[in-house]
Design a protein around this ligand. Structure first.
Ligand SMILES: [Zn+2]
Length: 432
């Protein structure tokens, strides 16, 4: 876990002027922010590294990006000299659960069953701050895991500048087939579930519309899961049910993403028209080829399996690679060979929020991707997959979501562990 420091509203020292009834807001709210000229050693614009470039921010947006000599700051602009640092677009977390905390602290079952929603939301505010401080200015949060619509409120609190956090895309409750999810106690007791159960034509249409009506930006469906303890994952929804979920969500302008790790669950979700498949642990060359053909991306969440293996006693370099991770190495090799597009998301929540860079590191260290490929995917790539044309690239007119790290992250991915500067919408949340 990264050490965290409390966020101070650094933006231009105006926070004190903006207080309500004498209480300063948690986050400075600037209506007409002046310009900021950022002068780093280099700029990674979401595609390539450009030594000697600078970035001019005006208000909430980027005004200019290019060779430092060609950018003039307007009168009154603040200049931030950032020697030795590289600027890059705010990173985009593709798979988080702000309402969960690491399973080695409290099991998933206990979080869902024993923790009050108030406690979970209070924790989530801390998770949101840590995510932002780690340089992730946007997160696709894929399910509240039993905390109902708390993610919608969390998103509003961040958008209203009440708490610091990333811009959120939320999935709310997520959809599961009756009986397929958890927690499970004895057959005699019905306990609250970590997602919404829905089946058949009427049930599914109603559940999808309910979630959208209450604020879901995305519909998440579990296309397979363990039906009981100590058994492997098996498909849950039928092909017709998955088709209906996608049709209902798409007609309201919402994409669908699927949790799936079995070849059959992945195949059905792909044929139904989901946009990304989460995990894909037992994916085969055939199903990855089908995904590639249909334009479905894979969000491999390698950090989640890594974390769970460690919780179960795996000590890298000292104990043999667990079977789960051996399988993941093979399926990822098949995925990469197929050319399927990768979304970058670690399943943060299984492990500590603020440690989000772990996914990018593991993709480089254990799965053979280059830092440049991973960085492109976590910025401009995720932005394109998640329909966010206003971010993920440093270019004039786009949101001023910008971070800075030491040295050259396109050569050394570990540089992401030292985020020195975080701007979101032109507001400075962390600075050297
Ligand atoms: Zn997840």
């Amino acid at each position: 876990m990264l050490p965290s420091s409390p966020i101070r509203p650094l933006a231009f020292g105006l926070a004190a002027l903006l207080g309500f009834a004498g209480i300063p807001p948690a986050v400075a709210q600037i209506s007409a922010a002046p310009a900021i000229l950022l002068r780093p050693a280099a700029v990674f614009d979401g595609q390539d590294l450009h030594p000697g470039w600078a970035v001019l921010v005006e208000g909430t947006r980027i005004k200019a990006v290019g060779p430092a000599a060609q950018i003039t700051a307007p009168v009154g602009a603040q200049t931030l000299e950032l020697p030795g640092l590289t600027l890059l677009p705010g990173l985009i977390e593709g798979h988080s659960h702000l309402l969960l905390h690491p399973y080695n602290e409290t099991t998933w079952n206990d979080q869902v069953l024993l923790e009050s929603q108030a406690l979970r939301v209070a924790r989530a505010t801390v998770h949101a701050r840590r995510t932002l401080e780690a340089g992730f200015t946007t997160a696709r949060d894929l399910g509240s895991e039993g905390a109902d619509y708390a993610d919608v409120g969390l998103k509003q609190a961040i958008d209203q500048n009440l708490i610091p956090g990333p811009r959120l895309l939320v999935a709310t409750r997520a959809l599961v087939a009756t009986g397929s999810y958890g927690p499970k106690l004895s057959a005699d007791v019905d306990v609250p579930q970590g997602a919404q159960e829905a089946d058949g034509v009427d049930g599914i249409i109603r559940a999808v519309r309910e979630q959208i009506g209450k604020g879901a930006d995305i519909i998440k469906v579990y296309a397979d899961y363990r039906w009981g303890p100590n058994e492997p994952s098996r498909p849950t929804f039928t092909q017709d049910e998955l088709n209906l979920i996608v049709r209902t969500a798409n007609s309201a302008g919402r994409p669908v993403v699927a949790h799936a790790s079995t070849p059959e669950g992945m195949r059905r979700a792909t044929l139904a028209g989901v946009e990304t498949i989460e995990h894909g642990d037992a994916g085969t060359p055939e199903v990855f080829r089908l995904m590639k053909q249909r334009g479905v991306a894979l969000c491999p969440t390698v950090a989640a399996g890594d974390a769970i293996s460690r919780y179960r006693g795996w000590a890298p370099g000292q104990t043999p690679l667990p079977e789960r991770l051996q399988q993941k190495r093979l399926s990822m090799a098949a995925a990469l060979k197929s050319g399927v597009t990768l979304a970058i998301g670690g399943d943060a929540g299984v492990f500590a929020h603020g440690d989000n860079a772990r996914e990018l590191e593991l993709l480089v260290q254990d799965y053979g991707l280059t830092p440049l490929v991973v960085l492109r995917a976590a910025t401009s790539g995720n932005a394109r997959l998640f329909h966010l044309p206003d971010r993920g690239t440093l270019a004039p007119g786009l949101l001023a979501d910008i971070i800075a790290v030491p040295n050259d992250p396109t050569q050394d991915i570990m540089a992401l562990r030292q985020v020195k500067l975080v701007l979101k919408g032109g507001i400075i949340f962390k600075q050297p």
